[in-house]
Design a protein around this ligand. Structure first.
Ligand SMILES: [Zn+2]
Length: 307
């Protein structure tokens, strides 16, 4: 039997990506290429491949009617919606406990509120959470468990977070609020397989996959730079061990970002230089590779099999 795989997409709007790199956000909040172009493009690709996915939505986006309509198209295609915080605050764990709770709960209420209005039943309500910037801090996880979520996918079990932070510095030209981005060194010692979260009864962690030995990140943004062979080498350890795979994309991966000011530096824009044609070809190649070797399912369906 093939091991399970989860295809997940963080639907960070253009405004949220700009915010990560220290730019003003609201210019791109209403007309958001990720929602207008990225979602239709992503849904086309997934339906062409017959792949069910889990898509993490930022609550603030769901509150906007035009964007809510896009979210319904995700549900109508049979995909799962997860909670990606209310406003994509990097470093949730730097907030007070109550502020963390209010942030996640507000996103949940916004998401379930719009679903309820359109008669999407409770079986569609988010049961999974991913913290912006992979901030899988124990305080965040405790809050996630107390709000009744079934699983968390914030853990990025790599010890290369510092390299990722240096790349971010290179892209944005400054250190910013993202102090806790890409997790902690200790996260690199955590299991790669789905596992129950210690001290959080009922909550499972589904970690973002990194290469099994060196713990190198290989989500799609990295593969755009490193290429398919690097992906293939990283995923090989999951195939040979029969381990579940969690493969991550972002909303901007399905947008032609070449004309969009996402970073404050010219050198940063080099990271968003790829044509949409090239990105889709590579995404398709990766999805085909995963489909042939894993049984792709929505994370919520996998969690239900655990009882
Ligand atoms: Zn995000």
């Amino acid at each position: 039997m093939k091991p399970p795989a989860f295809i997940q997409i963080d639907l960070d709007g253009i405004w949220a990506v700009r915010r990560c790199y220290g730019l003003t956000e609201d210019d791109f909040f209403e007309h958001d290429h990720v929602y207008e172009e990225g979602i239709p493009c992503l849904l086309d690709l997934l339906s062409k491949k017959g792949i069910p996915a889990t898509i993490f939505v930022v609550g603030r986006d769901a509150g906007m009617e035009r964007k809510a309509a896009r979210i319904f198209s995700i549900l109508a295609n049979g995909h799962e919606i997860g909670n990606h915080s209310y406003d994509h605050t990097l470093g949730l764990s730097l907030l007070q406990d109550e502020e963390i709770r209010v942030n996640i709960d507000r996103a949940q209420k916004t998401l379930t509120g719009v679903m309820e209005k359109q008669n999407w039943g409770k079986e569609n309500y988010p049961v999974g959470f991913r913290a912006p910037g992979y901030n899988a801090h124990p305080r965040v996880l405790k809050t996630v468990a107390s709000l009744g979520f079934r699983y968390d996918s914030s853990l990025f079990p790599t010890w290369w977070g510092f390299v990722m932070r240096i790349i971010d510095f290179y892209i944005s030209g400054r250190f910013h609020e993202a102090k806790r981005q890409y997790g902690s060194f200790a996260g690199g010692l955590k299991p790669l397989r789905p596992h129950p979260v210690k001290e959080c009864a009922g909550l499972y962690e589904l970690p973002v996959s990194v290469s099994p030995n060196l713990r190198l990140p290989f989500h799609f943004g990295i593969i755009l730079e490193r290429g398919f062979d690097y992906y293939r080498r990283c995923v090989q350890g999951y195939i040979s061990r029969g381990m579940p795979l969690l493969y991550l994309f972002h909303g901007v991966d399905f947008v032609d970002t070449r004309g969009i000011p996402l970073t404050p530096t010219m050198r940063g824009s080099g990271f968003f230089r790829h044509s949409i044609k090239m990105k889709l070809k590579l995404a398709e190649q990766i999805l085909d590779h995963i489909s042939a070797r894993f049984s792709i399912m929505r994370a919520r369906d996998f969690i239900n099999t655990l009882g």
